[in-house]
Design a protein. Structure first.
Length: 228
């Protein structure tokens, strides 16, 4: 379908140029043809380069998403255990555990969805269907999860960082909670890394598009100004 759309677009441009050729001079027609050829060449070059880049970065991306999933599940285990214990105790559930489990669950789901989108995108037919969904364009969501994890770290650092081992909070194991505290930090760092890389990738693509456009304008401009 994308190839058909591209072909249709090219054919439409050719028709437009041919229609305009009746009332235009040769230089204008040549410029129109040059612009069309240049845009098509740039678009094809971008598609080829994206294919190689995506294949090269596939493994690192999946490793990072897998790490994010594992870290989130570990936190679900730490704080989920407290939710289970307090629900059985009948004394009410602490909101700090609920918040931490919610953040961890959201992170786990995000890691799975983004990893699936990245891996399925490498399959020829499926990749075309998922071409509109690019996880790196959602770098702001990774950044939001980083902020949520930093809030989680701040909450539990205030509760456990300076707490003595023989001074439990709501019946929790202080030593275990201190371990979980640093896993919260690891979660935050992992989401900051994915957000930073995704934002950088989007920025480089936009910059490459602008440079290609400027280069095309220079080439066409120099040809237009050169003597016949």
């Amino acid at each position: 379908m994308p190839k058909f759309t591209s072909t249709l677009k090219t054919a439409r441009q050719v028709v437009d140029i041919a229609s305009a050729a009746r009332g235009a001079n040769t230089k204008e027609v040549a410029r129109g043809v040059g612009q069309m050829a240049l845009s098509q060449g740039i678009e094809r070059s971008k598609n080829v380069s994206k294919t190689y880049v995506n294949a090269f970065e596939m493994v690192p991306r999946l490793i990072l998403r897998g790490l994010q999933l594992v870290l989130a599940l570990i936190i679900c285990g730490f704080y989920g255990n407290r939710l289970s214990s307090e629900s059985k105790g009948g004394e009410g559930i602490g909101p700090v555990w609920m918040y931490a489990v919610a953040v961890a669950g959201l992170s786990a789901v995000t890691a799975i969805v983004f990893a699936a989108a990245a891996s399925l995108g490498a399959i020829p037919f499926v990749g075309k269907v998922l071409s509109s969904f690019q996880p790196y364009l959602l770098w702001w969501w990774d950044l939001a999860l980083f902020v949520l994890w930093m809030v989680t770290f701040g909450i539990f650092a205030g509760l456990f960082l300076k707490r003595k081992s023989d001074d439990p909070y709501r019946g929790s194991n202080t030593t275990a909670m201190k371990i979980a505290l640093w896993i919260d930090v690891a979660n935050a760092v992992s989401w900051l890394c994915s957000a930073g890389y995704s934002a950088f990738k989007q920025w480089t693509e936009k910059r490459a598009d602008r440079m290609a456009h400027k280069l095309g304008q220079k080439i066409l401009g120099s040809k237009e100004s050169s003597p016949a």
